[in-house]
Design a protein around this ligand. Structure first.
Ligand SMILES: NC(=O)c1ccc[n+]([C@@H]2O[C@H](COP(=O)([O-])OP(=O)(O)OC[C@H]3O[C@@H](n4cnc5c(N)ncnc54)[C@H](O)[C@@H]3O)[C@@H](O)[C@H]2O)c1
Ligand SMILES: [Zn+2]
Length: 376
């Protein structure tokens, strides 16, 4: 498990879903090839590029140049940055602008941005004219390793996040690792929590590689590509076996039940980014597993040590502004995962790199564990 030597060839990971299969191309500078790649897949298609204002400022001109350079017609749709754009008003505006730009069946939507744009533009593509093809051009680390792969698209409701959406697979993902150079360091670090998640949930050798090479991943270069490709390979394999989360795909939620409760408690704000909440959530999942004798205390400490080393939060006390009391936290956990007869489904661990779905975790045990964490 060593990083490839410097190479300008992209790494290609295939998501095998029968006739809905697609490639994820990963490499530095790949944005320049976007137009040719699209033209090869959909000759003559018109392209609507959906982005947010921040990403557009940095990367829309090069995206337009790549698409126009391949002789394709294009339109652009730019929305405000942030989770607030995963809303009905912005969604409506995106759909109307796609229609205004005369995007027809056979044309294409390009989602140029982080997970917010991928989810929003992907959902618009799923429903406008009963379904348009779309290409993901993820620009955040989180989007390159997680949200752009697997076909989940959604907007948020007042009842919760991602409650209105569709499964709609892209026809191509182009992950240009150079785009991450303009990402805020805190956003990069938060996305790295999802990279570490793949090691922790299913690949101990990858986790060991990350422990040794994470600084190079942050710095850019071939180690970054290797980390992103390894993450995508694992997600692609899991999605290929369980596209609609009937089983195994739930493993990707390691750290997410605890994490979502803290993310919601912080109001999905800049106080605690998703990846930061997931870092803390994974530490708690390991510690909870250790307390139940499922994993060694050493393995739990190892997971925590690495996340702390990269600067991610690993304890509740690290959340700025504090957290609500145990009753509210349990309520938030119950909203994320329905409590059935006092039982919750959690992703627990037996080892670094070995996780499993535990469908029958006692809510009272979770409560006692969290109370202890809150007081300690
Ligand atoms: N569909 C899925 O499977 C899936 C999986 C995980 C997360 N998500 C969703 O993803 C979203 C979070 O994604 P995110 O963390 O990428 O958030 P985001 O899209 O809001 O991006 C984070 C911030 O970074 C900025 N940004 C993005 N790329 C940049 C770049 N290259 N240079 C400069 N700034 C850049 C954005 O403008 C934004 O302000 C959430 O809505 C979450 O629900 C979806
Ligand atoms: Zn996540």
């Amino acid at each position: 498990m060593t990083a490839p030597l410097r190479s300008s060839d992209p790494i290609v990971v295939n998501v095998a879903l029968g006739e809905r299969s697609y490639d994820i191309a990963i490499g530095r500078g790949l944005l320049a090839t976007l137009g040719q790649r699209i033209a090869a897949l959909r000759p003559g298609a018109k392209v609507a590029i959906v982005s947010d204002e921040t990403v557009a400022k940095h990367h829309l001109p090069a995206t337009v140049a790549a698409i126009a350079g391949a002789g394709l017609q294009y339109a652009t749709v730019v929305v405000p940055p942030g989770e607030g754009s995963k809303s009905f008003p912005t969604f409506e505006s995106v759909c109307e602008q796609l229609l205004l730009a005369r995007i027809e069946r056979g044309d294409l939507v390009v989602a140029l941005g982080g997970g917010v744009i991928g989810d929003l533009a992907g959902f618009a593509a799923a429903v406008v004219r009963r379904g348009l093809d779309y290409v993901q051009v993820p620009t955040s680390l989180l989007a390159q390793v997680d949200s752009s792969v697997g076909g989940k698209t959604a907007i948020d409701s007042s009842h919760g996040k991602n409650l209105i959406g569709a499964f709609h697979q892209p026809i191509l993902v182009v992950a240009d690792t150079a785009l991450l150079d303009t990402l805020a360091p805190r956003e990069f670090r938060a996305g790295y929590a999802e990279v570490a998640k793949y090691g922790l949930l299913g690949d101990q050798a990858f986790f060991a590689w990350l422990e040794a090479n994470w600084q190079e991943v942050f710095a850019g270069g071939p180690a970054r590509e290797h980390a992103i490709a390894t993450s995508c390979r694992m997600k692609a394999a899991i999605v290929g076996r369980d596209e609609r989360e009937a089983g195994e795909r739930a493993l990707l939620n390691l750290g997410h039940t605890f994490g979502h409760a803290f993310e919601a408690a912080a109001g999905f704000s800049q106080r605690l980014l998703h990846g930061e909440a997931i870092s803390l959530g994974m530490v708690l999942a390991f510690e909870f597993s250790a307390q139940r004798g499922l994993v060694s205390a050493g393995a739990a400490a190892r997971a925590k040590r690495h996340l702390a080393a990269v600067g991610l939060p690993t304890q509740i006390s690290a959340i700025p502004g504090g957290v609500p009391g145990i009753d509210r936290l349990m309520e938030l956990i119950g909203q994320d995962k329905k409590v059935k007869r006092g039982k919750l489904t959690f992703i627990l661990v037996r080892e670094v790199g070995a996780s499993f779905i535990a469908p029958d975790v006692d809510a009272a045990e979770v409560r006692a564990f969290l109370e202890e964490q809150l007081s300690g």
